[in-house]
Design a protein around this ligand. Structure first.
Ligand code: LMR
Length: 400
């Protein structure tokens, strides 16, 4: 019956992470998956999250299904965090939000919704992008194309080429954008570039699908949401996928949401109905526990403040690690290319290492990064950064 089923070659991120877990070497270092580890190399439990969870566990009760659209106070808290407390679209009830299974779930629900109502549209993602963007949209039935983004020569953005390509798209094309901390390159648009891009999206009647999985890891929670808030302020219809995996360190709870910015409350109501229907036909309704934790933290002022401070400290630690690896590498390597370690933002740096160099890093030195050259700098710490820098220096040194 299943003879024709092909072997799964594995996922470039999740399978590599699973292989890391199986690697018996004691001194192995995981810089592959986008997970924040603390300075002791441990997955942190944020204090605000621990307090919220403890309070929830002292109030054990029945476990009914959540509504298909999710936990209402969670959906509301998502809107204020992502769109901002003062967002007019929010108070005018023009945003349709459903709770989803992480950011991937939001992308999938959004992709199903779009395939139904924009069946002719094609999807455009940055070159490169997070590998799963392509998988999700292709599986939903879309043709996925790329627009220019990363400039390997400078470690920066090909902004003019990006803008020109997007300016040439057919109306109602879906343009997938990373709000901040671009995955995998760590290269973001600045505010002025966002303004120019938003003008083009508006003029060409394109449909932005903004992925904001790293809010709080670029500059801060508000500045990282600039693109979303500016699109909303200018009334550009859009979809937004957000995730609490990273900024709450709640990976396994699968807490995310999909929001769609609409023209008026009636339209938002109908869109919400169709997002709900997409949830029903995928997994009926989302789980409760993580959503309650997130809601408690976001809606309890003392916990909210504690969480923000903890997130700020995480963001600072990443910046310190960027500085540390840059400093250590500059003892071995000369040239401008190193500056990308400090210029790029968020959890990732695109190292420019080749797949063959990455394989040597892993096989000979137990240092895991993605074969695309993406390094998760949030996995560096005071104890491992020296070994990582030395291993990189060795794999890029010309053979003697
Ligand atoms: C990553 O990019 O490493 C994370 O977002 C984890 C994932 O699901 O790929």
């Amino acid at each position: 019956m299943f003879e024709h089923v092909d072997a799964y070659p594995g996922d470039p991120i999740l399978t590599l992470n699973e292989n890391f877990q199986k690697d018996p070497r004691q001194d192995k270092i995981n810089l592959s998956i986008g997970i924040y580890f603390d300075d002791d190399g441990r997955l942190p439990v944020m204090e605000a999250v621990r307090e919220a969870e403890t309070a929830l566990l002292s109030d054990l009760g029945p476990k009914p299904y959540l509504p298909m659209s999710g936990f209402a106070p969670y959906r509301d808290a998502v809107q204020s965090l992502v769109f901002g407390e003062q967002c007019a679209a929010r108070t005018e009830k023009r945003i349709a939000t459903v709770q989803t299974l992480g950011g991937s779930g939001a992308l999938k629900i959004g992709a199903d919704f779009l395939k139904r109502y924009f069946p002719q549209a094609q999807v455009w993602v940055s070159d490169p992008t997070w590998e799963n963007h392509r998988f999700i949209f292709e599986r939903a039935g879309f043709t996925v194309n790329t627009y220019p983004y990363y400039d390997d020569a400078t470690g920066g953005l090909k902004f003019d080429a990006m803008l020109a390509a997007i300016d040439a798209l057919a109306p109602r094309s879906v343009v997938v954008l990373h709000a901040c901390c671009h995955n995998p390159t760590g290269v973001d648009l600045d505010d002025a570039q966002w303004e120019q891009l938003i003008a083009v999206l508006h003029k060409r009647e394109l449909l932005p699908f903004v992925d904001i999985a790293y809010q709080g890891f670029g500059s801060n929670l508000d500045d990282d949401a600039f693109a979303v808030r500016e699109l909303a302020r200018r009334g550009v219809p859009m979809l937004v996928a957000n995730s609490f995996s990273k900024n709450f360190s709640l990976y396994g709870e699968r807490c995310g949401a999909l929001s769609v910015l609409c023209q008026d409350a009636g339209e938002a109501d109908r869109v919400l109905g169709q997002l709900t229907s997409a949830v029903r036909s995928n997994y009926s309704n989302p789980p409760t526990h993580g959503a309650k934790i997130v809601t408690k933290v976001l809606t309890t002022p003392a916990l909210n403040e504690k969480w923000r401070n903890e997130l700020t400290a995480m963001c600072r630690r990443i910046a310190d690690m960027r500085g540390a690896i840059h400093e250590l590498l500059s003892r071995h390597i000369e040239g401008e290319t190193l500056s990308r370690y400090i210029k790029q933002r968020g959890m990732f740096t695109y190292t420019g290492l080749s797949a063959e160099q990455v394989d040597r890093l892993r096989e000979q030195y137990g240092v895991y990064i993605l074969r695309s050259g993406r390094m998760c700098v949030a996995g560096l710490n005071e104890r491992n950064v020296g070994a990582v820098a030395e291993a990189i220096a060795k794999v890029i040194a010309p053979a003697a």
